[in-house]
Design a protein around this ligand. Structure first.
Ligand code: FCB
Length: 454
């Protein structure tokens, strides 16, 4: 059976500034909250940092050539805010703008469409010192920063993503303390979530002003949630997990109020910020019409009463411990289409961590990543057939990189990185992906499942 995609479907790969660039203090760049967090002992596995990472800042041209060799049609990358505005606002660092401008030119010359994320988690530390995302002022600073970047790049970049995964920024960073800035306070997390959404709504018209032909969207990590069992308690846990991770962001973006059940829950817990009532006044700004939603999908969440989400016994998992569950992608795409009526969807991230490295001949036989991608591509194609307006697909990630709190221990790349020499080697999955792009599909000869065995 041949799995094929619509003629104008866009195939790409994604990265983020802090995960690949390195050059953390060069050419006038300011400190980001991830620089600060990673330099704090005990926060990152093996105390690794993104100081050098994939050294992409110095290897930009070779990396664009690599993408061209792989036949990528689009590349999603992020801009480091503190490279542009070292203190988050005020003085502009031209060298930072120049770097991204040259990257964009290089991509366009190579026939690769740039998709630019304005915020992939590296807030200028100077703004964190003033309260960061928990401070409402940061929303306006973000819109100003967006305007500055779009004035420079908006003639050539026509696809803009305001934020990457505001849930992760707000809750991993402010409630669970596992990401920068490392806070553990739900009230701050809810404030941060609100200001992230507000900043998105403030930035969208500013982007359009400087880049009138642009499509503007936001990338969300939407999980498919299932209850562990059919007890009332498990069903309620699933509904809450869905509210916490999905509806809290999707509802206001779609023009609805914050989900009432979750407002009630946070109120009962005494975790609702006092100003929550006023936050409602911002809803029309948050709901400013967007051109697309970016979906980052990796796994499903199985909710159980009174405990953390779980992975069903025997289910295949990646090295992150995330269940491989392609049907979840189908369900989420369908839901975005039928429940939220989104005009357009790009899968802005999907991929898997497996550490396969080169054999004696230098070949990287990462069969499990290829299988993971194949199953998820097929699920996406089924969703398109069912009517989902899916317009493109970005594999996470172009190359192995700094995986946040996991440091370099988790490898998501289509390209393998030797962090000692910075050598890049295209993995088998990367070669296979090139063939998928060239054919705009693939023939499905393998069974529809994935082995859990390592
Ligand atoms: C997502 C992030 C991305 C990467 C993948 C594995 O949550 O957006 O930067 O770390 O997970």
């Amino acid at each position: 059976m041949t799995i094929s995609f619509p003629p104008d479907f866009v195939w790409g790969a994604a990265t983020a500034a802090y995960q690949i660039e390195g050059a953390y203090n060069e050419d006038g760049k300011g400190e980001s909250i991830w620089d600060r967090f990673a330099h704090t002992p005990g926060k990152i596995k093996n105390d690794e940092t993104g100081d050098v990472a994939c050294d992409h800042y110095h290897r930009r041209q070779a990396d664009v050539q690599l993408m061209r060799d792989m036949g990528l049609q689009a590349y999603r990358f992020s801009i480091a805010w503190p490279r542009i505005l070292p203190a988050g606002r005020g003085r502009v660092n031209q060298a930072g703008l120049d770097f991204y401008s040259r990257l964009v030119d290089g991509l366009l010359e190579a026939g690769i469409t740039p998709f630019v994320t304005l915020y992939h988690w590296d807030l200028p530390q100077a703004l964190q010192d003033r309260g960061g995302w928990a401070n409402r002022d940061t929303a306006q600073y973000f819109a100003d920063y967006a305007g500055l970047v779009c004035r420079r790049l908006g003639d050539r970049v026509l696809r803009w993503i305001t934020h990457n995964e505001p849930w992760v920024v707000a809750f991993m960073g402010h409630q669970l303390g596992r990401h920068a800035p490392g806070l553990t306070d739900t009230r701050s997390a809810l404030r941060a979530a609100h200001h992230l959404l507000l900043s998105h709504g403030l930035a969208a018209p500013v982007i359009r002003q400087h880049s009138p032909a642009a499509e503007v969207g936001i990338a969300l990590n939407i999980n498919h949630v299932d209850p562990a069992g059919d007890s009332e308690a498990d069903l309620a846990a699933a509904r809450r997990l869905d509210g916490y991770t999905n509806r809290w962001f999707l509802d206001p973006l779609a023009g609805r109020p914050y989900p009432a059940d979750m407002v009630e829950y946070y109120r009962e817990q005494g975790q609702l910020p006092q100003e929550m009532d006023f936050m409602g006044d911002d809803l029309p700004i948050i709901a400013t019409p967007i051109d697309f939603v970016g979906l980052n999908y990796y796994t499903r969440l199985v909710a159980r009463a009174g405990g953390e989400p779980t992975v069903p016994e025997g289910a295949p998992v990646t090295e992150m411990g995330w269940e491989v569950y392609p049907d979840g992608l189908y369900h989420v795409l369908n839901r975005l289409h039928t429940e939220y009526h989104l005009p357009k969807i790009y899968i802005t991230e999907n991929g898997a961590a497996y550490s396969d490295g080169p054999d004696e001949t230098g070949r990287i036989a990462d069969t499990r990543r290829r299988d993971y991608l194949r199953l998820h591509f097929a699920a996406a194609q089924r969703a398109i057939q069912a009517g989902a307006p899916l317009a493109g697909y970005f594999v996470w990630s172009l190359m192995d990189n700094f995986e946040w709190a996991h440091g370099f221990s988790q490898r998501f790349g289509l390209v393998w990185l030797d962090y000692r020499t910075q050598e890049r080697i295209i993995k088998d999955s990367g070669h296979w992906y090139s063939a998928v792009i060239a054919q705009n599909g693939f023939s499905e000869t393998q069974p529809h499942n994935i082995s859990g065995a390592d």
